[in-house]
Design a protein around this ligand. Sequence first.
Ligand SMILES: Nc1nc2c(c(=O)[nH]1)N[C@H]1C(S)=C(S)[C@@H](COP(=O)(O)O)O[C@H]1N2
Ligand SMILES: [Mo]
Length: 396
Amino acid sequence: MKDINFSRRDFLRTAGAVGLAAAFGGFPSDIFAEGRRLYKFPEKTDLILLTSRPPQLETPLHYFKELITPNEALFVRWHLADIPAYVDLNKWRLKIGGNADKVLELSMDDLKKFEKVTYTAVIQCSGNGRSFFEPRVPGGQWQNGAMGNVTWSGARLKDILNQAGIRAGSVDVVFDGLDSGPLPKVPDFLKSLPVDKAVGEDIIIAYEMNGGPLTMLNGFPARLVVPGWFATYWVKALREITVVTKKYEEFWMKPAYRIPDNPCACVPPGSKPGRTVPITRMNTRSLIIGPSNGANLKANVPVDIMGIAFSGGYSIKDVIVSVDGGKSWGESRCGKDMGKYSWIQWFYTWKPEKKGKYILMARATNSIGESQPFESLWNPSGYMWNKIESIEVNVV
Ligand SMILES: Nc1nc2c(c(=O)[nH]1)N[C@H]1C(S)=C(S)[C@@H](COP(=O)(O)O)O[C@H]1N2
Ligand SMILES: [Mo]
């Protein structure tokens, strides 16, 4: 691996020169994971760097051996270069307005007066796994680390909207964060939910992740959590919520973050879809976390194959495992059930008898029968990757 000529001292000098914005630059570490150099950003551990401005950081796979992803290891994805580097809670207010009876301006203390709801939910970028699509698609070339499993706490969005009093004729609820882009070139990152979805029981404005405050890069002081749905809706560093009477279709809802409007959300590789709809619920996925791809195992020694599985708000029914490239399958044992939005760990004990190369595969099915395809379902944005993953190990 060629070393890039960039010391920490150089970095700090560069950071000083470009001012405050660079407070959120990272610096390169000497650690590599999966052949990629890791970078260290404020409040985060060494993560895989996709871009630094805006920060896009991927979690190395070995963190997924844990049921819960630590705050410092959770992936980071921002779209716009100007992201908040500091928020003064004495001044920060979450404004709720639009087609409502009253305008609310909630401080953090106000937010904490609403009933506190806690659950564990997978957060996953729509483009997780994008780098595996063939033919390649443009966008962040994520491998499998644009996801994590986090215990979130916060106030129900429904309770807050009820306090504001949604008026008749409301259609969408629009969410805005503290980040901004170089307007008018890049539109502000605004996302919307249909009103019916927004008042759902489980949607929260989270002010805690894993029992602590949100890290700056993961949306301090508060973010939307839409469990079961892709993270594009989980607007970070919330500033304003607006109830609107027309379908909201600005840039980040249309044309961005849309999938082909058909049951597979796919089109023939290389082609363009006719009709599209906003991406919403996550599909079913499983991953093999251990042993790692390319590992050497010993013949006649039992090994616990371990992985994770999750789906968009429906529990995992089973995860089947193959150690012969998909010819035969056996059922794995699932670990502790942390609820329908969490991932579940699975285990499969295998004693390879003969030396040689083996292809290991895992396939999850959720409680409503949704599973994973043997061939990838292509779409031009590289969303919803959930092809059955396979890894190769050597028995020596
Ligand atoms: N304010 C704001 N919120 C945002 C985004 C953003 O660019 N700005 N990106 C969204 C997308 S696409 C993803 S994948 C998640 C990433 O959340 P994380 O950085 O906490 O992992 O944040 C979502 N919320
Ligand atoms: Mo994303």
